[in-house]
Ligand binder design. Sequence first.
Ligand code: SF4
Length: 485
Amino acid sequence: MRLIPKNSYCRWRALAVASWTFQEAADPSRITERFLQALWHHQRLRRDHLRTLDGEPLRVLHPGFWNREAGPDFRNAVLKFGPAAPRQGDVEIDLHPRFWKGHRHDQNPAYRNVILHIVWEGELPKPAVLPTLALKPYLDAPLSELGAWLDQNSLHRIPLDVFGKCAAPLRDLPVAECEELLKQAAQVRLEAKAAQLQARAQQAGWEQSLWESLFGALGYKHNVWPMRILAELLPSLVPDKDRSPPSPSVWQARLLGLGGLLPGQLTGTQPHIDAYLRRLWDIWWREREPYSEVILPRVTWRFNGLRPANHPQRRLALAAHWLASGDLAARLERWFAETLADEKLSESLVEVLQVKHDDLWSWHWTLRSRRNSQPQPLIGPPRVTDLAINAILPWFWIRAVAGKNTDLQARAEHRYFAWPRSEDNAVLRLARARLFGGQKVRWIKTAAAQQGLLQIVRDFCDHSNALCDQCQFPELVRELRGEVE
Ligand code: SF4
């Protein structure tokens, strides 16, 4: 028996890709609405430059939530047109401005809350009915690259509640081959994250792309967008060279103030928290004026179902310490340059990212919670793993690739594949159930194996349905079984 051939997974993807929609987008004459929806959902746009067809600058504070039902394509977006206050409403996506009337959206009450019509290209109809944004001039990468990238990052979710058709052939595949298969899929995922970081670095620089990615990962599932938007504002907050660097309190005031997360009311019952809020307001009152246009409305954040440890106020308090230190990127560089045993990877990065002490946040989970009896760390190994896998290692990897440094590229890959597994979640549980038919898969011990599993879901499950119709994965696994015997 031998291990599965190198690049098997890439070959399989190439086969599957031939049947996907977004690849068609590489041909501009075949742009689809679904492609435009995915572009908007992932904001693969030069976001600093957006203007509607009538020339109004547009800031996207939240792209809204993808609506799979009838009605507008995105619900509850938060958008800012020119100097006006941010507006919350729906977004409809069509290929051309004339489809607003052509599809009779103008007569449909379900579209009454649409505040932005997104199109691929075209002229504004006269008289103009709605602010309209044409996406074509604002792509953040060439169309062919975006087509491939979106294919592997499509977030379409389908109801998956039965064992997949691939469960039987995968059961017959020896564990070593399954591990290799997930490893190859994880490599695809690493490269996709890295491509996004590189696209952003080309617009904003390497360090800024790292900050945006770190903030996004701190937003966890629910608050990725507002966190990224705050990170995009960081360059405008960097102090004059001749002024002393801002303290953690100043950064906390700025981040919470800009995020619209600084409570206007004192608790009245917790003097420690009230003193903290007064201190932050003293700072923010003095600084806020130039930023009044860009303060995020509270509706851009989601608080439901959040663990206290993931509350955005707490995450921003942590990021404030990183910014105040002024040397986070340098510390990460040193960490990456260090020779580390695999079992020390997570622990050593926790040390780099941990904050020694915060007068308030070490003692309170949130601004409403009681004081803990023991101080609590501002970040723990599970979130550090997310940051490593989704932001830090892809960033080092793509910089090494861009600099043609094969040693550093190999180092980034080694750490990525050796990193211990992260917390379980519903998507992973479902993927294990479908692909491995309820078997115990104790051999999934690394974060990369989990990433590989997620990539198979993206590449195959997301393009099929609950019955696995037309999924090529089971057949490919069967062929592989023949190849390795
Ligand atoms: S859709 Fe394909 S990859 Fe997903 S569970 Fe079904 S057979 Fe397996």
